[in-house]
Design a binder for this molecule. Structure first.
Ligand code: 5AD
Length: 362
């Protein structure tokens, strides 16, 4: 490893937010196997220092794929007519939450396509009120809403919210979204979530066409500026029947390159922010079977195993090659258990796994 890389890593480890955009670019640009290993090892070391051994888990319920948005990269975009649309009933979501708890997952994520309506707001409120007695950490990932809606869901029992900014570069954002999507509104939503008292999570896709390494460095600075508590990010993977889904046509990056970039983003984000929760996204596993484990070895401390009933999994494919389409939640947990043991880690059963950054700032 070159001495310049060693000293950058030491500087990053010594204090959060210590690196400039240029220095972040340098870290994100490492290519040799040795340098990439050193970066991951440093991310992992900080993860262990900040979060200890163990991986926090959240059972993921994919509550529905009906979506009002037409994002150019996403498999469940509104105008993808090939998708069979579904919405789980309140009973089904509550059953998912109960099953998740029974498996030892103390936290739950409810994610769905984006819907803004009073009926939907009310529906989620009811679901949250019914889940409340289970005493779980509840994360919502339901897109852009008004501050009033965020507040209602917060009052009904949700404590965390994930809303990816997708990219911190407004010009790139405009290229991958239709014109009715606004980067500024996303930022406003993140601020509203913060005011409403949530643990706030955001993130980006890396490996986007037209994205520079400097964009990625600025994404990490954006996380710091927004002072977020949780990060969920992963490589863009072309999805079938989408404008950006030119899968397997030889253009763009290989899966290996996407994975490498995703792992570098995790390590450098850990090195820059230190105490946030960072998820090893399922997209990493779509690129390589042990992708999420590699994410943990680069500094991630959260995994979100799917607990959605298998009959719906195929209908919630944001990108190609989604893993675990047929395995039920218990089988997935047992396999995850084995895989984490193999890397000297384990599932943190019956623990909320709240963000340390949130605890420190409140
Ligand atoms: N590749 C990778 N991630 C995707 N997402 C949507 N489509 C894709 C894709 N093709 C991510 C977005 C969104 C999250 C729910 O899924 O970042 O915020």
């Amino acid at each position: 490893m070159n001495s310049e890389l060693t000293s950058l890593i030491e500087k990053a480890k010594a204090a959060p937010r210590a690196l400039s955009v240029g220095e972040l670019v340098q870290l994100l640009s490492v290519e040799s196997a040795d340098d990439r290993a050193a970066l991951s090892a440093a991310g992992r070391e900080l993860k262990l220092r900040q979060c200890g051994k163990g991986v926090a888990v959240r059972g993921l319920v994919e509550a529905g794929n009906v979506c009002a948005k037409d994002c150019l990269y996403c498999g469940i975009r509104k105008s993808n007519a090939c998708v069979k649309r579904y919405r789980l009933s309140a009973d089904e979501i509550v059953a998912g939450a109960a099953a998740s708890k029974a498996m030892g997952y103390k936290s739950l994520v409810i994610q769905s396509g984006e819907i803004e309506s009073e009926a939907h707001t009310r529906f989620i409120e009811e679901v949250l009120e019914r889940i409340r007695p289970l005493d779980l950490g509840v994360t919502l990932s339901l897109g852009e809403q008004t501050e009033e809606v965020y507040a209602r869901w917060r009052a009904a029992g949700a404590t965390r919210y994930l809303l990816r900014i997708e990219t911190s570069n407004p010009a790139l954002y405009a290229k991958i979204h239709p014109s009715d999507c606004s980067w500024t509104r996303r930022v406003d939503c993140l601020r509203a979530l913060r005011r409403t008292g949530y643990q706030v999570g955001t993130g980006v896709m890396c490996a986007l066409p037209g994205q520079s390494v400097e964009d990625l460095a600025r994404d990490i600075v954006f996380y710091g500026e927004m002072d977020v508590d949780m990060i969920g990010m992963g490589p863009f993977i072309p999805a079938e029947n989408t404008p950006m889904g030119m899968a397997n046509d030889g253009r763009g990056m290989t899966n290996e390159e996407r994975l490498r970039l995703g792992l570098k983003m995790i390590a450098v984000t850990r090195l820059y922010l230190h105490d946030v929760n960072i998820a090893a996204a399922t997209a990493l596993q779509a690129l390589q079977d042990d992708g999420r484990e590699l994410g943990v070895l680069a500094g991630a401390n959260v995994i979100m195993p799917n607990v959605t009933d298998v009959q719906y999994r195929r209908s919630y494919q944001l990108y190609a090659n989604k893993p675990n389409l047929d395995e039920n939640a218990a089988a997935l947990r047992d396999r995850l258990d084995c895989r984490l043991s193999a890397i000297g880690e384990h599932i943190l059963y019956d623990q909320l796994g709240d963000s340390r950054h949130f605890a420190a700032r409140t």
